[in-house]
Design a protein around this ligand. Structure first.
Ligand code: ADP
Ligand code: MG
Length: 702
């Protein structure tokens, strides 16, 4: 349930009443008004959309004399006695005696001393639990407690909402306040969804939905209410994405770049291998997109090593074949250089002019390259995200490929624009993303998926090992090195300046070079080296001069050395699941099976689970789903990261199905009525603007 604090829904109603400041409501006043403000609650309408974070099913109320052994019940009474005792070191027993006329019931809590503060002698309470006869008296262990005011109706037999609270306000007070607002203000709220939609999709009206959310009569009604509100939230999001997608196409013109049979075969001749079916398919989709005079907006998704580069290369060369410039941006300098090298190699016989544009160019070189780009003297520009996001003046840019783009939000993706004709866009990510996230994070893009590895790809055997097995692992590692393979040793930190005892690259390098791997050629690479040092180390490794590369996660992204099939990861608990998977991708690239050993001392249950999951499957999509479930969408989906407003009630993981329905509905609606101008849809359109207008730049059509 959403713990998000709703902003005021200005769309909700023009009615003044909903804008009543909370401190002006009877029984609130300035002091409590301030407390509510801490929860983001300012106006009556905020309360309506302050969804409970949980619910409790309360048992039916019973008089104490009618209780039955072991049969759950709620009991209402006054507190007669509160007694907290120490029963051992750090152990306590709290007993609370409840009186109802001549009858008594004792409630007990073990090791929850803080519960004592909830009870006041002579106060009214309701307890829900399982009564048992103990020593001739009724007793409940750890019952649920509802503190009641003098006139409160005990919420027995009901589903009781539980709200997020702040100091100075308890559940009972919050519920009373919400009830009051629901009773007095709900009717002023206007329905956002058109009647036609409500009927067709069989959704509860907003009044019923909010009433049931706050005061559920039955489970079924509560479920219907939640469904309605979740659906609405996801529908609004998808409408925004659909509108954005539509505008990205219709507001803009791009050059039509047809892949004629001749161009097609000329490009494919350059590839040193047969394309996989998945690669063919993705290329077909890209061909179709680039053959249109609106910009392509496509996400190419594929697990590490699935062969995205060659698909990108096809698109780049297609643009170049039409005399356009094309650019590919990578997140790191190492990867940018690798792309420049691969392209240079494949194109060595052609006249295509390639330029590398990264942060380490000397000022003079840099201005030469920039001038050549502006003059149209280069065709292919390979660079880092950072550099290419700055203002680079292109002569005639036809295509932008963004590699390893899983960290950027919707906004940043569109950073490269030019006057006149717009380039086509291809975004590539190797962090497999659960479908529900793709639908939102990248919801305005078309998606191609490489769901097949190139032929002959071997699996990576992954082990989670203890210190005791270290010697055996290194023995195995050496054996494989002698067979001609290469390997990585990955450590999380750069130097020993850190106060923790984590293995650092240089330390690990020294140790191995003078110990377990003494007989082999070792080198190291880490983030604090200059790009030239890094490049030298990478090149020596690629060319087989070094057999073992000790590295931090600089090698994480995209690095391609097929002969490297061994990897040791130290302090594995320090890496996230996606990162581990990326690292493993470094050794599944050739025709030999990979072997990965993770040494870790997981400090938490979660870390342990993550590492076990990692060892169990090499399927990136499966891991992404697991990661998503374990961490929740929060991390993957942090607000700054993707730039979309947080969801209040929907959960992308739990509600994936509703999301898919809302998406298809939204895209159809926008197809038929791009601006939602049909009668009955005005409020919905306004809601889309208010919630997503800024995040998705919907105001800016150009
Ligand atoms: P990623 O999708 O992770 O970017 P790459 O494009 O770097 O993967 O490709 C991984 C490796 O697979 C590279 O060495 C590449 O040359 C090779 N490769 C890609 N496609 C094929 C194919 N169809 N047949 C054989 N090898 C391929
Ligand atoms: Mg790649």
């Amino acid at each position: 349930m959403s713990q998000e604090i709703p902003q005021s829904d200005r769309v909700a109603s023009s009615a003044e009443r909903l804008g009543t400041p909370l401190h002006r409501l009877p029984g609130v006043g300035p002091v409590r008004g301030n407390m509510l403000q801490r929860l983001g609650l300012n106006f009556a309408r905020d309360i309506l959309f302050f969804f409970p974070r949980d619910y409790r099913d309360m048992s039916v109320l019973q008089p104490i004399e009618a209780l039955q052994d072991n049969r759950p019940a709620s009991v209402c009474g006054t507190v007669a006695e509160v007694d907290l005792r120490n029963t051992g070191v750090g152990r306590t027993l709290l007993g609370v005696l409840i009186r109802q006329g001549d009858h008594y019931l004792r409630a007990v809590w073990f090791n929850q001393p803080y519960m004592r503060d909830r009870f006041k002698v002579a106060g009214r309470v309701m307890l829900s639990g399982t009564p048992k006869v103990k020593g001739g008296r009724w007793e409940m262990t750890h019952p649920r407690v509802e503190i009641l005011g003098a006139d409160d109706e005990p919420p027995a037999g009901k589903i009781v909402p539980v709200y997020s609270l702040t100091d100075g306000i308890n559940q009972g007070q919050m519920r009373r306040l919400v009830h009051k607002v629901v009773d007095e203000h709900l009717e002023s709220l206007e329905e956002v969804l058109p009647p036609e939609l409500l009927e067709r999709l069989q959704l509860l009206g907003i009044h019923d939905a909010l009433r049931q959310i706050h005061r559920p009569e039955r489970r079924t009604l509560l479920d219907a209410a939640r469904h309605r509100l979740i659906y609405q939230e996801l529908l609004v999001m998808q409408l925004a994405l659909a509108q954005r997608r539509r505008r990205a196409r219709h507001g803009r013109r791009a050059p039509r770049l047809e892949a004629t049979a001749k161009i097609d075969s000329r490009i494919k001749r350059l590839f040193p291998f047969q394309l996989t079916t998945a690669q063919q398919q993705a290329i077909e989709e890209i061909r179709a997109d680039m053959d249109r005079d609106v910009p392509m907006n496509r996400l190419l998704q594929g697990d590490v090593g699935s062969g995205k580069t060659v698909v990108a290369e096809y698109a780049l060369l297609l643009a170049v074949a039409h005399g356009k410039q094309a650019t590919i941006m990578a997140p790191t300098e190492v990867l940018a250089r690798q792309h420049a090298r691969t392209l240079g190699h494949n194109l060595r016989e052609s006249r295509v002019r390639i330029a590398l544009l990264t942060g380490t160019l000397k000022a003079a070189e840099r201005s030469d390259v920039l001038a050549a780009i502006a003059a149209g003297d280069v065709d292919l520009i390979v660079g880092t995200h950072a550099v290419l996001q700055e203002r680079v003046q292109f002569k005639d840019l036809g295509l932008v490929v963004i590699d390893e783009q899983h960290k950027f939000g919707v906004k940043q993706r569109m950073a490269l624009r030019q006057a006149g004709l717009q380039p086509h866009y291809l975004v590539m990510t190797a962090t497999p993303i659960p479908r529900s996230v793709t639908m939102s994070l990248y919801g305005d893009l078309d998606v191609s998926t490489l769901d097949e590895a190139p032929p002959g790809r071997q699996t990576v055997h992954t082990y989670l090992s203890s210190e005791a097995e270290r010697d055996r692992w290194w023995e195995f590692f050496r054996k494989k090195l002698r067979e001609g393979r290469q390997g990585y040793v990955i450590t999380p930190l750069v130097d020993e300046s850190s106060t923790t005892e984590l293995t650092s690259v240089t330390e690990a390098y020294e140790q191995l070079a003078n110990g377990q791997l003494e007989a082999f050629r070792l080198d190291f690479v880490h983030g604090r080296q200059t790009p030239d040092e890094k490049e030298r180390a990478m090149r020596a490794f690629r060319d087989g001069e070094t057999q073992v590369l000790v590295a931090t996660s600089v090698v994480e992204v995209g690095v391609d050395v097929p002969n490297a099939t061994l990897m040791t990861i130290e302090d594995g608990e320090r890496f996230g699941l996606a990162q581990l998977h990326q690292l493993r991708g470094r050794i599944s690239r050739g025709v030999h099976p990979g072997f990965l050993c993770v040494f870790a001392t997981p400090a938490s249950e979660e870390a342990q689970q993550r590492l076990e999951a990692f060892c169990q499957t090499t399927d990136g999509f499966e891991l992404a789903q697991l990661d998503f479930q374990m961490r929740g969408p929060g991390d993957l989906f942090g607000a700054q990261q993707h730039g979309l407003p947080p969801l209040r009630i929907a959960d992308l993981n739990r509600d994936a199905e509703v999301l898919a329905q809302a998406r298809s509905e939204a895209f159809q609606l926008i197809e038929q009525d791009p601006e939602l101008a049909a009668p009955g849809y005005e409020r919905l359109q306004r809601m889309v603007r208010i919630r997503y207008g800024e995040a998705l730049d919907l105001g800016d059509v150009g």
